[in-house]
Design a protein around this ligand. Sequence first.
Ligand SMILES: NC(=O)c1ccc[n+]([C@@H]2O[C@H](COP(=O)([O-])OP(=O)(O)OC[C@H]3O[C@@H](n4cnc5c(N)ncnc54)[C@H](OP(=O)(O)O)[C@@H]3O)[C@@H](O)[C@H]2O)c1
Length: 198
Amino acid sequence: MKILLIGATGTLGTAVHRTLTGRGHEVLTVGRSGGELRHDISDPAQTAALYERAGRVDAVACAAGDVPYKRVAEAAPDDYLAAFRGKVLSQIDLVRQGIPRVAERGSFTLITGVLAREPIPTGSAASMANGALESFVRAAAIEIAPQRVNAVSPTVFTESLADYGDFFPGMPPVALDDVAQAYVRSVEGAQTGQVYVP
Ligand SMILES: NC(=O)c1ccc[n+]([C@@H]2O[C@H](COP(=O)([O-])OP(=O)(O)OC[C@H]3O[C@@H](n4cnc5c(N)ncnc54)[C@H](OP(=O)(O)O)[C@@H]3O)[C@@H](O)[C@H]2O)c1
């Protein structure tokens, strides 16, 4: 398959890229400052230009998304908007603009995260973003068939424990290779509207 992978140079994206290319797929890498195609998916015009350059693809996989971390009492409305634009709207727009660009039975795989289910202090914007996106995935799936859309919703990565481990006390981490397998399940499988918890 020809797969568009956004966030391909990041911690997660590098593992997804390695796994998908290892399975024989042609992967087009996308990022703002790295990758073969340089586009910011939080800007709808850049997403349109990305699809124009990529041409027809069989699958779109996203491993990107920025959200601010602040305590509720210290967060401003702009912080929640930034989370919405940086993680929710950016990925919704990949689906919305991708419908005419992706193969008839192609798929979209979006990234959410454990904070949709397990809140942590300072994580309310991330929880909001992940929960919104998971609800979008369930709703969009019933409209875009036979195209498919799923979310991958991992806990903290084993490889990110040094950076974020203190925020997730007692929560078992997940290895990036296992998270990458959830992308394989979404891209190569037949399910839609699923939230995979690797
Ligand atoms: N780290 C964890 O433990 C963990 C756990 C659960 C879920 N997640 C989720 O997994 C995703 C990836 O996390 P990560 O730790 O791999 O992050 P990361 O290492 O910072 O990688 C993010 C990647 O996405 C690209 N990117 C970011 N914003 C973009 C945009 N607007 N347009 C295009 N590309 C963009 C970045 O490249 P450029 O800077 O060049 O654009 C980079 O390649 C995030 O949504 C995060 O919430 C992470």
